[in-house]
Design a protein around this ligand. Structure first.
Ligand code: NDP
Ligand code: ISN
Length: 280
């Protein structure tokens, strides 16, 4: 299994990353420790109120060993929240995003956080995001919480110059979104799977415990490995230092087809978070 995945613009993205929602007081040290332990991608958003702290953690890691730790080895994701949607708002917000993590020099991947603000705002935001790529502020751009119709709207838009490289959506065995994931794949859009641990709500489910025991792995590893084997890019969050290595160590074993089937609940649709993939 490769440690990175090639995106439709030729860049690569690490096979998994660290989610940072609700990581607040110890954010720089969690991020720095995660990078020390081998994480190479950090997912934040203006909504989370911790972009600056994520940046601090990355910069502390870079400074700790400037020979070994290189900027190009870290993948920094942030997202524009609702009040930052629309062309003018997005232009200003992108500059602020970069100012908050000035030492990083650029944002690896910028996402529109959701489709919720309507068509004009979605396309205006995308125009500003495309310009941010042209201006060298951002390497890649993508969408989050987009359903099939939102993706088609963007792909069919006359102003489209840069296709989204990813769609970041909630995906785990109780929220599989198989049709949407297959559609993304058909358009060469990678799926970043948020809440891969179901926001912890189902981590001790009977089916997970069974697969974990059979493979002598933890419940968390079973769910994260499921995501990786499905071809997704999971971003499990933990603020618990002792869980960082556990969640990252998912390349040293393989789930059988029958384990994968045991984990899956294709007839359940239970997002742990919000569900906005069908908003107008
Ligand atoms: N684009 C979007 O709209 C959204 C994006 N996201 C992104 O996805 C990330 C992940 O999603 P999130 O909602 O945080 O949920 P996750 O599925 O990652 O679950 C996080 C929860 O699981 C716990 N946990 C972590 N590791 C383990 C483990 N090995 N065993 C048991 N429990 C564990 C954490 O506890 P603790 O921290 O205490 O260790 C926390 O309570 C977010 O942090 C964010 O970056 C999330 C939601 C929406
Ligand atoms: O991580 C997140 N948690 C959320 C909860 C509600 C809306 C968006 C988000 C996130 O992006």
């Amino acid at each position: 299994m490769s440690k990175s995945i090639k995106l439709n613009n030729g860049t690569t993205i690490p096979f998994m990353g660290l989610g940072t929602w609700e990581i607040l007081h110890n954010c720089p040290s969690v991020v720095q420790t995660a990078l020390d332990k081998g994480y190479r991608m950090i997912d934040t958003a203006t909504l989370y109120g911790n972009e600056r702290e994520c940046g601090q953690g990355i910069i502390q890691w870079l400074k700790a060993d400037p020979v070994k730790n290189k900027r190009e080895d870290v993948y920094y994701i942030t997202k524009l929240w609702h009040q930052e949607h629309g062309y003018d708002n997005a232009k200003a917000a992108i500059k602020k995003c970069l100012q908050k993590v000035e030492g990083l020099g650029y944002i690896d991947l910028l996402l529109i956080h959701s489709p919720c603000q309507g068509k004009a705002a979605r396309l205006g935001t995308w125009k500003a995001m495309q310009e941010a790529v042209d201006d060298g502020l951002v390497k890649s751009i993508g969408v989050s919480n987009y359903g099939k119709d939102h993706i088609l709207e963007l792909l069919n838009w006359s102003g489209l110059k840069i296709k989204p490289v990813v769609n970041e959506i909630e995906v785990h065995p109780w929220c599989m979104r198989q049709e949407l994931c297959d559609f993304c794949k058909s358009k060469d859009i990678a799926v970043i799977a948020f809440a891969p641990l179901s926001h912890a709500g189902r981590v001790n489910d009977k089916s997970t415990v069974e697969v974990a025991k059979r493979n002598r792995i933890t419940n968390g590893q079973a769910l994260i490995r499921w995501s990786v084997q499905k071809g997704y890019i999971p971003i499990p969050k933990t603020k618990t230092i002792s869980r960082l290595s556990e969640n990252l160590d998912v390349l040293s074993f393989n789930l059988s087809d029958s384990d994968v089937k045991t984990l899956e609940h294709p007839n359940v649709h239970d997002p742990s978070d919000w569900e906005v993939t069908t908003v107008p």
